[in-house]
Design a protein around this ligand. Structure first.
Ligand code: RUB
Length: 316
Protein backbone atom coordinates (compact mmCIF):
# COMPACT_ATOMS: atom_id res chain seq x y z
CA UNK A 1 0.00 0.00 0.00
CA UNK A 2 1.50 3.36 -0.91
CA UNK A 3 1.21 6.68 0.85
CA UNK A 4 -1.48 7.81 -1.55
CA UNK A 5 -3.78 4.97 -0.40
CA UNK A 6 -3.25 5.57 3.30
CA UNK A 7 -3.56 9.32 3.17
CA UNK A 8 -6.84 10.62 4.55
CA UNK A 9 -6.54 13.75 2.49
CA UNK A 10 -8.34 13.03 -0.73
CA UNK A 11 -8.05 16.52 -2.23
CA UNK A 12 -4.26 16.40 -1.85
CA UNK A 13 -4.08 12.93 -3.41
CA UNK A 14 -6.40 14.11 -6.19
CA UNK A 15 -4.27 17.15 -6.92
CA UNK A 16 -1.10 15.01 -6.94
CA UNK A 17 -2.75 12.65 -9.42
CA UNK A 18 -3.82 15.53 -11.66
CA UNK A 19 -0.24 16.82 -11.65
CA UNK A 20 1.14 13.34 -12.39
CA UNK A 21 -1.25 12.79 -15.31
CA UNK A 22 -0.66 16.37 -16.51
CA UNK A 23 -4.27 17.41 -16.15
CA UNK A 24 -2.62 20.23 -14.21
CA UNK A 25 0.63 21.13 -15.94
CA UNK A 26 3.14 23.94 -16.38
CA UNK A 27 5.60 24.80 -13.61
CA UNK A 28 3.73 27.81 -12.24
CA UNK A 29 0.36 26.07 -12.23
CA UNK A 30 1.62 22.93 -10.50
CA UNK A 31 3.29 25.06 -7.81
CA UNK A 32 0.06 26.95 -7.13
CA UNK A 33 -2.00 23.75 -7.24
CA UNK A 34 0.35 22.08 -4.72
CA UNK A 35 0.23 25.09 -2.39
CA UNK A 36 -3.54 25.37 -2.72
CA UNK A 37 -4.04 21.65 -2.00
CA UNK A 38 -2.04 21.93 1.23
CA UNK A 39 -3.89 25.12 2.19
CA UNK A 40 -7.26 23.40 1.67
CA UNK A 41 -6.01 20.35 3.55
CA UNK A 42 -5.07 22.55 6.53
CA UNK A 43 -8.26 24.58 6.47
CA UNK A 44 -10.47 21.48 6.49
CA UNK A 45 -8.34 19.34 8.82
CA UNK A 46 -10.57 17.69 11.42
CA UNK A 47 -7.97 15.80 13.46
CA UNK A 48 -7.53 16.79 17.07
CA UNK A 49 -3.82 17.03 17.77
CA UNK A 50 -1.01 19.24 16.55
CA UNK A 51 1.33 16.26 16.24
CA UNK A 52 -1.20 14.39 14.13
CA UNK A 53 -1.63 17.42 11.87
CA UNK A 54 2.12 17.86 11.40
CA UNK A 55 2.57 14.21 10.59
CA UNK A 56 -0.32 14.22 8.07
CA UNK A 57 0.99 17.48 6.60
CA UNK A 58 4.37 15.88 6.07
CA UNK A 59 2.73 12.91 4.29
CA UNK A 60 0.65 15.26 2.15
CA UNK A 61 3.76 17.24 1.24
CA UNK A 62 5.56 14.05 0.20
CA UNK A 63 2.66 12.88 -1.99
CA UNK A 64 2.66 16.21 -3.83
CA UNK A 65 6.43 16.31 -4.26
CA UNK A 66 6.42 12.78 -5.68
CA UNK A 67 3.94 13.70 -8.42
CA UNK A 68 6.44 15.25 -10.87
CA UNK A 69 10.18 15.44 -10.30
CA UNK A 70 11.62 18.21 -12.47
CA UNK A 71 9.98 21.57 -11.75
CA UNK A 72 11.45 23.03 -8.56
CA UNK A 73 8.52 25.46 -8.52
CA UNK A 74 6.45 22.67 -6.95
CA UNK A 75 9.08 22.09 -4.26
CA UNK A 76 9.33 25.82 -3.55
CA UNK A 77 5.53 26.26 -3.49
CA UNK A 78 5.03 23.32 -1.15
CA UNK A 79 7.82 24.40 1.18
CA UNK A 80 6.65 28.02 1.23
CA UNK A 81 3.26 26.68 2.31
CA UNK A 82 4.42 24.48 5.19
CA UNK A 83 7.04 26.97 6.41
CA UNK A 84 6.77 27.70 10.13
CA UNK A 85 4.17 24.99 10.84
CA UNK A 86 6.60 22.99 12.97
CA UNK A 87 7.04 26.00 15.27
CA UNK A 88 3.32 26.57 15.86
CA UNK A 89 2.19 26.12 19.45
CA UNK A 90 -1.41 25.05 18.82
CA UNK A 91 -3.22 23.03 16.19
CA UNK A 92 -5.34 26.04 15.23
CA UNK A 93 -2.23 28.24 14.77
CA UNK A 94 -0.61 25.61 12.57
CA UNK A 95 -3.73 25.18 10.40
CA UNK A 96 -4.15 28.97 10.03
CA UNK A 97 -0.50 29.43 9.17
CA UNK A 98 -0.51 26.79 6.42
CA UNK A 99 -3.76 28.13 4.94
CA UNK A 100 -2.39 31.70 4.97
CA UNK A 101 0.98 30.63 3.52
CA UNK A 102 -0.80 28.86 0.66
CA UNK A 103 -2.95 31.88 -0.19
CA UNK A 104 0.10 34.16 0.00
CA UNK A 105 2.18 31.92 -2.27
CA UNK A 106 -0.59 31.76 -4.88
CA UNK A 107 -1.12 35.54 -4.72
CA UNK A 108 2.60 36.26 -5.12
CA UNK A 109 2.94 33.69 -7.87
CA UNK A 110 0.16 35.27 -9.92
CA UNK A 111 1.57 38.76 -9.32
CA UNK A 112 5.01 37.54 -10.44
CA UNK A 113 3.63 36.28 -13.75
CA UNK A 114 1.95 39.66 -14.33
CA UNK A 115 5.13 41.58 -13.45
CA UNK A 116 7.19 39.41 -15.80
CA UNK A 117 4.72 40.22 -18.59
CA UNK A 118 5.15 43.96 -17.96
CA UNK A 119 8.95 43.75 -17.88
CA UNK A 120 9.28 41.24 -20.70
CA UNK A 121 6.98 43.18 -23.04
CA UNK A 122 9.49 46.06 -22.99
CA UNK A 123 12.00 43.79 -24.73
CA UNK A 124 9.60 43.25 -27.62
CA UNK A 125 9.69 45.88 -30.36
CA UNK A 126 7.07 46.81 -32.90
CA UNK A 127 7.56 44.49 -35.89
CA UNK A 128 9.35 41.70 -33.98
CA UNK A 129 8.97 38.05 -34.92
CA UNK A 130 9.08 35.83 -31.85
CA UNK A 131 9.56 32.11 -31.40
CA UNK A 132 8.22 30.25 -28.37
CA UNK A 133 8.27 26.61 -27.30
CA UNK A 134 5.76 24.45 -25.45
CA UNK A 135 3.24 26.31 -23.29
CA UNK A 136 4.55 28.74 -20.71
CA UNK A 137 2.14 31.14 -19.04
CA UNK A 138 5.03 33.48 -18.19
CA UNK A 139 6.27 33.61 -21.80
CA UNK A 140 2.74 33.83 -23.20
CA UNK A 141 1.82 36.61 -20.79
CA UNK A 142 4.82 38.59 -22.04
CA UNK A 143 3.96 38.13 -25.70
CA UNK A 144 0.27 38.95 -25.18
CA UNK A 145 1.16 42.05 -23.16
CA UNK A 146 3.36 43.34 -26.00
CA UNK A 147 0.48 42.75 -28.42
CA UNK A 148 -1.93 44.48 -26.04
CA UNK A 149 0.39 47.51 -26.05
CA UNK A 150 -0.17 47.77 -29.80
CA UNK A 151 3.13 46.27 -30.99
CA UNK A 152 2.69 44.47 -34.29
CA UNK A 153 4.29 41.10 -33.70
CA UNK A 154 4.38 37.70 -35.32
CA UNK A 155 4.86 34.50 -33.37
CA UNK A 156 6.07 31.03 -34.35
CA UNK A 157 5.09 28.37 -31.81
CA UNK A 158 6.39 24.81 -31.76
CA UNK A 159 4.03 21.87 -31.58
CA UNK A 160 6.03 20.36 -28.65
CA UNK A 161 5.71 16.62 -29.18
CA UNK A 162 4.58 14.34 -27.68
CA UNK A 163 1.98 16.20 -25.59
CA UNK A 164 1.49 18.97 -28.19
CA UNK A 165 1.23 21.76 -25.63
CA UNK A 166 1.92 24.07 -28.60
CA UNK A 167 -1.74 23.67 -29.54
CA UNK A 168 -2.69 25.39 -26.27
CA UNK A 169 -0.17 28.11 -27.04
CA UNK A 170 -1.34 28.88 -30.58
CA UNK A 171 -4.99 28.90 -29.50
CA UNK A 172 -4.27 31.25 -26.59
CA UNK A 173 -2.33 33.59 -28.89
CA UNK A 174 -4.98 33.43 -31.60
CA UNK A 175 -7.71 34.18 -29.03
CA UNK A 176 -5.70 37.22 -27.95
CA UNK A 177 -5.55 38.37 -31.59
CA UNK A 178 -1.84 37.64 -32.14
CA UNK A 179 -0.58 36.64 -35.62
CA UNK A 180 0.64 33.10 -34.84
CA UNK A 181 2.06 30.23 -36.90
CA UNK A 182 2.32 26.66 -35.62
CA UNK A 183 5.46 24.73 -36.62
CA UNK A 184 6.59 21.18 -35.94
CA UNK A 185 9.53 20.92 -33.57
CA UNK A 186 12.02 19.98 -36.26
CA UNK A 187 11.21 23.20 -38.21
CA UNK A 188 12.85 25.40 -35.56
CA UNK A 189 16.12 25.92 -37.44
CA UNK A 190 14.26 26.45 -40.71
CA UNK A 191 12.36 29.45 -39.32
CA UNK A 192 15.14 30.85 -37.12
CA UNK A 193 16.38 33.23 -39.82
CA UNK A 194 13.01 35.00 -39.69
CA UNK A 195 13.01 35.25 -35.88
CA UNK A 196 14.14 38.30 -33.87
CA UNK A 197 13.74 36.95 -30.34
CA UNK A 198 12.98 33.71 -28.56
CA UNK A 199 10.84 33.72 -25.39
CA UNK A 200 10.51 30.52 -23.35
CA UNK A 201 9.47 29.59 -19.83
CA UNK A 202 11.27 27.57 -17.18
CA UNK A 203 10.65 24.58 -14.97
CA UNK A 204 13.85 25.03 -13.03
CA UNK A 205 16.86 27.34 -13.18
CA UNK A 206 20.03 26.13 -11.53
CA UNK A 207 22.38 28.20 -9.38
CA UNK A 208 24.75 28.31 -12.39
CA UNK A 209 22.01 29.80 -14.55
CA UNK A 210 21.24 26.71 -16.64
CA UNK A 211 17.65 26.43 -17.78
CA UNK A 212 15.61 23.24 -17.41
CA UNK A 213 12.56 23.47 -19.65
CA UNK A 214 10.50 21.38 -22.08
CA UNK A 215 12.63 18.99 -24.12
CA UNK A 216 13.73 20.70 -27.32
CA UNK A 217 14.51 24.00 -25.61
CA UNK A 218 18.27 23.34 -25.72
CA UNK A 219 18.14 22.50 -29.43
CA UNK A 220 16.17 25.66 -30.06
CA UNK A 221 18.71 27.64 -28.02
CA UNK A 222 21.56 26.24 -30.14
CA UNK A 223 19.78 27.28 -33.32
CA UNK A 224 19.12 30.74 -31.85
CA UNK A 225 22.76 31.07 -30.81
CA UNK A 226 23.96 30.09 -34.28
CA UNK A 227 21.65 32.70 -35.86
CA UNK A 228 22.55 35.40 -33.27
CA UNK A 229 18.94 35.52 -32.12
CA UNK A 230 18.39 36.63 -28.51
CA UNK A 231 16.89 34.09 -26.13
CA UNK A 232 14.90 35.26 -23.12
CA UNK A 233 13.67 33.06 -20.29
CA UNK A 234 10.51 34.21 -18.48
CA UNK A 235 10.74 32.75 -14.99
CA UNK A 236 9.41 33.59 -11.54
CA UNK A 237 12.19 33.36 -8.94
CA UNK A 238 10.51 30.33 -7.35
CA UNK A 239 11.75 28.47 -10.43
CA UNK A 240 15.29 28.97 -9.06
CA UNK A 241 16.56 25.78 -7.44
CA UNK A 242 18.11 26.11 -3.96
CA UNK A 243 19.19 22.46 -4.06
CA UNK A 244 21.54 23.11 -6.98
CA UNK A 245 23.54 25.47 -4.72
CA UNK A 246 24.57 22.37 -2.80
CA UNK A 247 25.55 20.35 -5.83
CA UNK A 248 22.31 18.52 -6.49
CA UNK A 249 21.51 17.88 -10.13
CA UNK A 250 18.02 18.31 -11.53
CA UNK A 251 16.11 15.10 -12.20
CA UNK A 252 14.90 15.05 -15.79
CA UNK A 253 11.50 13.36 -15.87
CA UNK A 254 11.09 10.44 -18.28
CA UNK A 255 7.50 9.56 -19.11
CA UNK A 256 5.79 6.49 -20.44
CA UNK A 257 6.64 5.26 -23.94
CA UNK A 258 2.91 5.21 -24.77
CA UNK A 259 3.16 8.98 -25.09
CA UNK A 260 5.48 8.52 -28.09
CA UNK A 261 4.12 5.54 -30.06
CA UNK A 262 0.81 3.73 -30.35
CA UNK A 263 0.62 0.06 -29.26
CA UNK A 264 2.07 -2.27 -31.94
CA UNK A 265 3.47 0.59 -34.02
CA UNK A 266 7.12 -0.37 -33.61
CA UNK A 267 8.87 -3.75 -33.29
CA UNK A 268 9.10 -5.14 -29.76
CA UNK A 269 12.90 -4.83 -29.84
CA UNK A 270 12.76 -1.05 -30.34
CA UNK A 271 13.71 0.91 -27.25
CA UNK A 272 12.03 4.25 -26.65
CA UNK A 273 13.50 7.12 -24.67
CA UNK A 274 11.04 9.82 -23.65
CA UNK A 275 12.73 12.56 -21.59
CA UNK A 276 10.34 15.48 -21.18
CA UNK A 277 12.77 18.24 -20.22
CA UNK A 278 16.32 19.20 -21.14
CA UNK A 279 19.04 21.53 -19.94
CA UNK A 280 20.14 24.67 -21.75
CA UNK A 281 23.51 26.05 -20.61
CA UNK A 282 23.66 29.62 -19.33
CA UNK A 283 25.88 30.58 -22.30
CA UNK A 284 22.87 30.38 -24.63
CA UNK A 285 20.63 32.59 -22.51
CA UNK A 286 20.65 36.36 -23.06
CA UNK A 287 18.56 37.22 -20.01
CA UNK A 288 16.15 35.83 -17.45
CA UNK A 289 13.07 37.97 -16.94
CA UNK A 290 11.82 37.62 -13.37
CA UNK A 291 9.41 39.56 -11.15
CA UNK A 292 12.51 41.16 -9.60
CA UNK A 293 13.65 42.42 -13.00
CA UNK A 294 15.79 41.26 -15.91
CA UNK A 295 18.95 39.50 -14.91
CA UNK A 296 21.81 37.56 -16.40
CA UNK A 297 22.01 33.80 -15.77
CA UNK A 298 25.07 34.62 -13.66
CA UNK A 299 22.88 36.50 -11.17
CA UNK A 300 20.82 33.47 -10.16
CA UNK A 301 23.26 32.44 -7.43
CA UNK A 302 22.99 35.84 -5.75
CA UNK A 303 19.19 35.84 -5.88
CA UNK A 304 19.02 32.37 -4.38
CA UNK A 305 21.26 33.38 -1.52
CA UNK A 306 20.02 36.93 -0.92
CA UNK A 307 16.33 36.95 -1.76
CA UNK A 308 15.24 33.43 -0.94
CA UNK A 309 18.06 32.67 1.50
CA UNK A 310 17.07 31.85 5.00
CA UNK A 311 13.43 30.93 4.48
CA UNK A 312 13.94 28.62 1.59
CA UNK A 313 16.65 26.59 3.30
CA UNK A 314 14.91 26.05 6.60
CA UNK A 315 14.07 22.40 6.93
CA UNK A 316 10.45 21.55 7.80
C1 RUB B 1 5.68 22.86 -19.49
C2 RUB B 1 6.91 23.66 -19.75
C3 RUB B 1 6.81 25.16 -19.56
C4 RUB B 1 7.27 25.49 -18.13
C5 RUB B 1 6.96 26.93 -17.76
O1 RUB B 1 5.95 21.47 -19.44
O2 RUB B 1 7.97 23.16 -20.02
O3 RUB B 1 7.65 25.82 -20.44
O4 RUB B 1 6.63 24.64 -17.21
O5 RUB B 1 5.56 27.13 -17.72
P1 RUB B 1 4.77 20.45 -19.05
P2 RUB B 1 4.91 28.34 -16.89
O6 RUB B 1 3.65 20.68 -20.00
O7 RUB B 1 5.40 19.10 -19.17
O8 RUB B 1 4.36 20.75 -17.62
O9 RUB B 1 5.54 29.60 -17.39
O10 RUB B 1 3.45 28.25 -17.20
O11 RUB B 1 5.21 28.10 -15.44
Amino acid sequence: MNLLDTLHVTPVAETAEKIRTMEIRGAGRIARAGAQALGDFAASYDGETLDGFLSDLSDAKRVLLDSRPTAVSLWNGVHATVRGAQGASTLEDAKDLVARNAAEFCRRSEMAVEEIARIGARRIQDGDTILTHCNSSAALGTIIEAHRQGKRIKVYATESRPWRQGILTVNALADAGVDVTLIIDSAVRAVMKKVDKVFVGADTITSQGALINKVGTSQLALAAHEARVQLYVCAETYKFSPMTLFGDTVTIEERDVSEVVRPGEVRDSVKIFNPVFDSTPAAYIDAIITELGMMSPGSVYGVLVDQLGDGIFRKE
